[in-house]
Ligand binder design. Structure first.
Ligand SMILES: NC(=O)c1ccc[n+]([C@@H]2O[C@H](COP(=O)([O-])OP(=O)(O)OC[C@H]3O[C@@H](n4cnc5c(N)ncnc54)[C@H](OP(=O)(O)O)[C@@H]3O)[C@@H](O)[C@H]2O)c1
Length: 262
């Protein structure tokens, strides 16, 4: 077997929400950079295309269907990576959901589900991964938060609350595990062209505009004048999963095309 090269050569990575969008792009870039992978989503059938791309890039790839909102399934994901790949060096917490509503109208069940997937999913995954990484002598955790985890937004208070919590967890866990050589950082993307952006119809309806008008208005707020592509987030995730970022922990890196500088 030929030795694989790249910035992540020899690293074993678990990526949640790898079926499409940002997670799929991260999986492919990780495969290109030499990582072996455990890819997860809620169903195995959704992972077929990502699996094929990553295998063609030369990676050894396992897949698992699991819901990040379920603690037992999170434990099973980490266990599968450790047993199937021989260890876990990088965890990318990417799985996430979005649903717009005015704050006063939020149905508590929707609010709860967003918190369970976006916040508790990250909490469960980090706990199980950290126990393994601390004992194994180190690792990397990359949390895909959002600019919504740093600032205000209209009609998405559940999503923003869930992502602010991810930023908080990233900082606190990073502080506690710095001496374990586990680097924990968050990426805060702005608008990225994925299926999630296509779910803006409720948001547009509340504002009384069409989805196209809303998207045009959103892009108008981005200094570079366009939405980001998933691969642009993936490039940053490669850096945070590699030895190049060993000196960085507890950070929330914004990639937003210049929206809200500083
Ligand atoms: N797009 C943006 O503008 C943007 C901006 C900032 C941050 N983000 C964040 O980036 C991450 C990826 O978003 P995206 O835009 O790529 O969204 P997307 O295209 O909707 O993909 C979401 C991914 O999460 C998975 N997922 C959803 N619920 C899950 C659950 N309960 N358990 C396991 N996997 C689950 C989905 O898998 P299934 O196939 O199983 O549904 C899918 O792979 C999210 O955390 C999102 O909040 C996105």
């Amino acid at each position: 077997m030929t030795e694989r090269k790249g910035r992540l050569a020899g690293r074993r990575a678990l990526i949640t929400g790898a079926s499409r969008g940002i997670g799929r792009a991260i999986a492919f870039r990780y495969a290109e950079e030499g990582a072996d992978l455990l890819l997860t989503a809620t169903g195995l059938e959704q992972l077929g295309d990502t699996l094929a791309d990553c295998v063609s890039a030369g990676a050894r790839v396992l897949t698992l269907a699991a819901d990040v909102a379920d603690r037992a399934q999170c434990e099973a994901m980490v266990q599968r990576a450790v047993e199937g790949l021989g260890g876990l060096d990088v965890l990318v917490n990417n799985a996430g959901i979005y649903k717009a509503s005015r704050f006063v109208d939020y149905d508590p069940e929707t609010f709860d589900r967003i918190m369970k997937v976006n916040t508790y999913g990250v909490f469960h995954m980090m706990q199980f991964a950290l126990r393994h990484m601390a004992a194994a002598g180190g690792g990397k955790i990359v949390n895909i938060a959002s600019t919504a985890g740093k600032w205000e937004s209209l009609n998405q208070s559940a999503y923003n609350t869930s992502k602010h919590a991810v930023v908080g967890m990233t900082r606190c866990a990073a502080l506690e595990h710095a001496r374990d050589k586990v680097n924990i950082n968050a990426i805060c993307p702005g608008f990225v062209e994925t299926d999630m952006i296509d779910q803006f119809d409720d948001h547009a309806e509340i504002l009384g505009v069409s989805v196209e008008q809303l998207q045009t208005a959103l892009v108008g707020r981005v200094p570079i004048g366009r939405m980001l592509q998933p691969v642009e987030i993936a490039h940053l995730a490669v850096y945070l999963g590699s030895a190049e970022s060993d000196g960085m922990t507890g950070q929330t890196l914004t990639i937003s095309g210049g929206m809200r500088m500083g």
